[in-house]
Design a protein around this ligand. Structure first.
Ligand code: CTP
Length: 432
């Protein structure tokens, strides 16, 4: 279990947070944190934690499980956070849309501390039988959990498997428990991380979200459609989901995103809808100069009809229809030839055979910095699906396998990699 990004992103501020000087440490201003409190003895620390988060500037809203009320009162948490703590899943609400659903939507981050073996098991398996687990599943916010339990429970393969699922499949951040004497007198790993380190990890994660601020990144998504006549086109099975997930993840980290897509979506960042490979080429080429990176997830048609009929082709005209095709420009290939050393090009390769070989060749041939390859013969992933499994190949010879996971989780991982690439580029750029 690792708390990714913590040391990297806190930059100079971690010293303060870890030394307990939380009063002067206000990195969480304007952040809404949903603090989930599960029913373990460490729930008594939730008061201190809620207070520290609030002093760090966050607007803290507590959702507790019914069992948590055995250890800490709703009134304490309401008073400390200055917001009504929630617990009942089916309580009365004056509003047609209950306040806690609004909260789940607007939260910048969900932190579950303490996270018991029970709540960890439920979340890993999609069980939502109380308000807390329901809200987590109803939210798209980043989730961090601070496990706290008896060391034997923590070491149990079921708990370890569930944590593994949360971390690697759902991309939750796990704030590792500490070693020491736990409430029942046992000694081992299972003590909830200290309030100071939890606040520091939360701040690191929320600051990490701005790690692409100032970067302009263009993403292409969907499959191009090449017309045959005014009503027909040649297309492909790309749904655009991977590209849209990538654009969302980049925007979430503060990047200035331009999404060039064949699929219309409503987003706060710039979306340019195109249809053909030519349209896409025109937009991408005109925007590329100001971009720091281009992520080409789009499935661009390699060929287009040589002649597009002005009128609808009639079936009565002949028994067979023969169409002639001509090659489309390879957009990323052309940009690979002109890109500046400070620009990053990321391609995607959907392959049905010789995945590694084909992807590696495209990486080289098109002068890319990275290629993300997936095997389209594997059922239920890739085209149209919400999940994918990919291999990431870097121009530096690096290779990483990402097992099946939601496309958004893959996008978050690719953002981590992109962040690293920008840092490396900066290190290489001579200071003048
Ligand atoms: N690509 C592009 N322009 C094209 C075709 C592909 O920019 N006309 C980009 C894709 O967006 C992707 C990468 O090139 O990022 C690899 O695309 P892919 O279709 O896998 O490769 P091709 O070079 O088209 O090779 P083939 O279809 O023969 O496998």
């Amino acid at each position: 279990m690792k708390n990714k990004g913590q040391s990297k992103s806190l930059r100079g501020k971690d010293k303060k947070a870890n030394s307990g000087e939380l009063d002067n440490f206000v990195p969480l201003e304007n952040k809404t944190i949903l603090l989930g409190v599960a029913g373990g003895i460490a729930a008594y620390k939730a008061c201190d934690l809620a207070s520290a988060l609030r002093r760090a500037g966050a607007d803290v809203h507590v959702v507790m499980t019914p069992n948590a009320k055995e250890f800490v009162t709703q009134l304490s948490l309401t008073t400390i956070t200055r917001n009504q703590a929630h617990c009942e899943q089916f309580g009365q609400s004056d509003n047609w849309r209950p306040e806690h659903i609004e909260l789940a939507k607007k939260a910048d981050l969900i932190l579950i501390a303490p996270a018991t073996a029970d709540v960890i098991g439920k979340l890993a398996n999609g069980i939502c039988d109380d308000l807390l687990t329901t809200m987590v599943i109803a939210s798209q916010a980043k989730v961090m959990i601070a496990p706290a339990m008896n060391p034997t429970m923590l070491a149990h393969p079921a708990t370890q498997n569930n944590l593994e699922t949360l971390e690697n499949r759902f991309r939750y951040d796990i704030i590792p428990p500490e070693f020491g004497e736990v409430a029942c007198g046992d000694i081992g790993s299972g003590k909830m991380a200290s309030v100071e380190s939890i606040v520091a990890a939360v701040a690191a994660r929320l600051l990490a979200h701005g790690t692409l601020t100032g970067r302009q990144v263009m993403v292409t998504a969907g499959g191009t459609r090449e017309p045959i006549d005014p009503v027909r086109f040649i297309g492909n099975r790309s749904s655009g989901k991977m590209g849209i997930a990538m654009a969302d993840a980049l925007a979430g980290r503060g990047a200035e995103v331009i999404l060039v897509s064949t699929v219309q979506v409503n987003r706060s960042y710039q979306v340019i809808v195109v249809e053909t490979a030519h349209d896409m080429q025109e937009v991408v080429e005109s925007e590329f100069d100001t971009c720091d990176a281009l992520v080409m997830t789009a499935a661009v048609a390699d060929f287009r009809a040589l002649r597009v009929a002005n009128h609808k082709i009639k079936k009565t005209e002949s028994e067979d229809l023969v169409l002639e095709f001509t090659k489309n420009p390879d957009i990323i290939d052309l940009l690979g030839r002109v890109k500046r050393p400070d620009q990053i090009l990321i391609g995607f390769a959907a392959e049905s055979e010789e995945l590694l070989n084909n992807a590696a060749q495209k990486l080289k041939r098109k002068n890319l910095d990275m290629i993300v390859a997936n095997d389209i013969t594997v059922p239920d992933i890739g085209f149209g699906s919400d999940d994918n499994a990919v291999i990431i190949l870097g121009a530096d010879g690096s290779r990483e396998n990402l097992q099946r996971m939601p496309k958004r989780a893959i996008a978050e991982h690719l953002c981590d990699v992109l962040e690293g690439m920008f840092i490396e580029l900066e290190a290489k750029t001579p200071v003048v």
